[in-house]
Design a protein around this ligand. Structure first.
Ligand SMILES: Nc1ncnc2c1ncn2[C@@H]1O[C@H](COP(=O)(O)OP(=O)(O)OP(=O)(O)O)[C@@H](O)[C@H]1O
Ligand SMILES: [Mg+2]
Length: 618
């Protein structure tokens, strides 16, 4: 006999409810973390003030999930109906969809969870009169028990045998560690978005995350990541007529390998929105290497009509009708926050690894970033004398000296023109290490600091800002007396021909000169003919590297940083004291003296107290 749902029947028919529910569940409940997300959202909608998530795992994976809240609970009738598909107390008409104020609105989650697991719900409505609670047990969508029980106000939902009747989905689950990391992220996001509610996450009885309900995001950051981390956070605040941004961003020294620590919530809903994540990354600009990501927690309040949460079956993504204004506001507010702070990399700061802290217990001891040589008898940063730590190389020729001098001079006009525009306090040059690092003493507000400057990175920053400024003022190009005729490979010449206009804006004037050959007629002023030709080759590589997918802004930034890199003095160049002083002065007048255009630090500071503790004086 052919079943009504088999393909052989060849007839169109309506699927059974059990099958419909399983299909729907497949969209809503992807993994254990989806169960946690849905149930936590229900607890939030029930106005809970405490939410407890308990996870039990064994060798076969995540075995049990229990979520308990002290929310308003349900009476016996509502408890039963809550497991039906499209049963919701949160919206009642289509227009409600355009202004959703609750986490849930589809009436799908409980039905979906119950369709693919065994669920035991105990719930009791908050009532003035004493009333019993209700216990309901549902397995694979069928009610197997319903009875009155005595219970505290609120709801507790216990989920076991997840995906017992959908073996394929079960097979795709990852290790306990991976699945728990997803669960952690759900609770982490929910707690950051709702700092007035206390969250607890336990794994096999051990507390993995626990927050209070003070209402302060900084307190939640402290609970989740620790005091050390919270101490570094920079407040982000902005208030516009259409939106309010509130949150914290980390200095670039506390960066992350991926964008997972950019956590954004909109009207208390943790959301994933690529444009918003990109906006935060954009705000950090060259403060971070392109492959590193900021750590940033933002809560956005915005008119509900502007947000569409009904675009993804698991409500993971949201869309905004005023996306451009919103992203611009995020860029501006995060930038303002970063600008307000001294972002000097302090020795040891990069060791606070937020990602490692929350996901894996790793006892690897902190590795020092580098060691200061104590062998050199001349080394005495606090002597007040200006010494060369290492003698100038004997082959430090006049030619090298004058090349360096002219490079430093080329950046001087822009950097040294205005008075009192220094972003950094005065730094006294002590000497140079390995012809690459400049050792200085910086006057701090509380105590002095030893600051080590990477001379190439520092000069790159100076040159980069100059290149950007000159581009805006249009004075960037220097015509060559005799044009250089340069042959290219066909792929290179194709990339060039597509970007001639862009290169012109950066100061390179090129004309086609036969097949795959170009005549270079002008180069950026700061490069000169030889460096100009070499730099053009590097830029062509940049163009080819990212393919056509690169945005114009990224291309411009890449080209400007390649020009800056070529024009900057190199590591391994011996500098005179006067040259070092000039470089330090120019650096302190840049808009962002803390990182090179590739996002690496230009300076690393050792506070006096840090030095004292390294020498075991305190
Ligand atoms: N923890 C809870 N406390 C009180 N009521 C709850 C709780 N969980 C669920 N409910 C009730 O059960 C209903 C169904 O929940 P369910 O999660 O299935 O749908 P929803 O939250 O309305 O929408 P969505 O499918 O988008 O989550 C809710 O509308 C709510 O009235
Ligand atoms: Mg729900």
């Amino acid at each position: 006999m052919t079943s009504p749902e088999s393909r052989e029947s060849g007839k169109i028919h309506i699927l059974s409810n059990a099958t419909i529910n399983k299909i729907a569940a497949g969209e809503v409940i992807e993994r254990p973390a989806s169960v946690v997300k849905e149930l936590v959202e229900n607890s939030l909608d029930a106005e809970a003030t405490s939410i407890k998530v308990e996870i039990t795992s064994d060798n076969n994976g995540i075995a049990k999930i229990r979520i308990s809240d002290d929310g308003y609970g349900m009476d016996a009738d509502s408890a039963l109906i809550s497991f039906s598909r499209h049963a919701t107390s949160k919206i009642s008409k289509i227009s409600d969809l355009y202004e959703i104020s609750t986490m849930g609105f589809r009436g799908e989650a409980l039905a979906s969870i119950a369709a693919v697991s065994k669920v035991t719900m105990i719930t009791k409505q908050r009532t003035l009169e004493p009333s019993p609670g209700t216990k309901i047990v549902i397995e694979g969508g069928d009610v197997v028990e319903q009875s009155p029980v005595s219970a505290p106000d609120g709801t507790s939902i216990f989920v076991e045998k997840l995906f017992f009747n959908t073996p394929v989905r079960k097979k795709f689950l990852k290790s306990v560690k991976t699945e728990f990391t997803h669960i952690f992220r759900v609770v982490e996001e929910a707690s950051l978005a709702n700092s007035g509610i206390s969250f607890q996450l336990l794994h096999n009885g051990k507390v993995s995350l626990s927050t209070g309900k003070s209402g302060s995001v900084l307190d939640t950051i402290t609970y989740v990541y620790g005091t050390e981390y919270a101490k570094e956070m920079i407040p982000v605040k902005s208030l516009q007529t259409f939106m309010k941004v509130d949150g914290f961003c980390a200095p670039p020294s506390l960066d992350a390998p991926n964008s997972r620590k950019i956590i954004i919530s909109v009207n208390n809903r943790p959301v994933y929105s690529l444009p918003l994540v990109q906006a935060v990354k954009r705000a950090y600009g060259t403060l971070l290497p392109r492959e590193r990501y900021p750590v940033c927690f933002l809560n956005i309040r915005i008119d509900r009509k502007v947000v569409d949460v009904n675009v993804h079956p698991a409500k993971k993504e949201v869309r905004f009708s005023r996306e451009k204004e919103i992203t611009e506001e995020i860029v501006a507010s995060v930038r303002e926050a970063l600008d307000s702070r001294n972002l000097l990399f302090s020795y040891g700061a990069g060791n606070k690894n937020i990602i490692r802290k929350v996901s894996v217990v790793d006892d690897t001891s902190q590795k020092p970033l580098f060691c200061v040589s104590s062998e050199d008898p001349v080394y005495n940063p606090y002597s007040g004398r200006t010494n060369k730590i290492k003698e100038n190389r004997s082959d430090h020729s006049l030619a090298e000296y004058s090349t360096t001098d002219s490079r430093l001079r080329s950046s001087a006009d822009a950097a040294e023109s205005e008075e009192d525009d220094r972003k950094l306090p005065y730094m006294k040059v002590i000497g140079q290490v390995d012809d690459s690092y400049i050792v200085t003493q910086m006057r701090g507000s509380d105590e002095d600091e030893m600051v080590i400057i990477d001379q190439h990175a520092a000069h790159e920053r100076i040159m980069y800002e100059m290149v950007c400024e000159k581009r805006n003022s249009g004075h960037i190009s220097q015509e060559l007396l005799v044009p250089s005729v340069i042959p290219f490979k066909p792929s290179e010449s194709a990339a060039l021909s597509e970007n001639l206009q862009l290169l012109e804006e950066e100061g390179f004037f090129l004309e086609e000169f036969g097949k795959d050959t170009y005549a270079l007629r002008a180069v950026p002023v700061i490069l000169g003919k030889k460096a100009g030709t070499e730099t053009l080759r590097d830029i062509v590589n940049d163009l080819l590297e990212g393919g056509r997918a690169q945005s114009l802004d990224i291309l411009k930034e890449k080209i400007s940083s390649t020009i800056a890199c070529k024009a900057a003095i190199k590591a391994g160049t011996s500098l005179s004291v006067e040259q070092m002083e000039r470089l330090v002065d120019q650096l302190s007048r840049t808009k962002n003296p803390y990182s090179c255009p590739h996002g690496r630090p230009t300076m690393i500071s050792f506070s006096k107290s840090r030095l004292d503790s390294m020498f075991k004086r305190s």
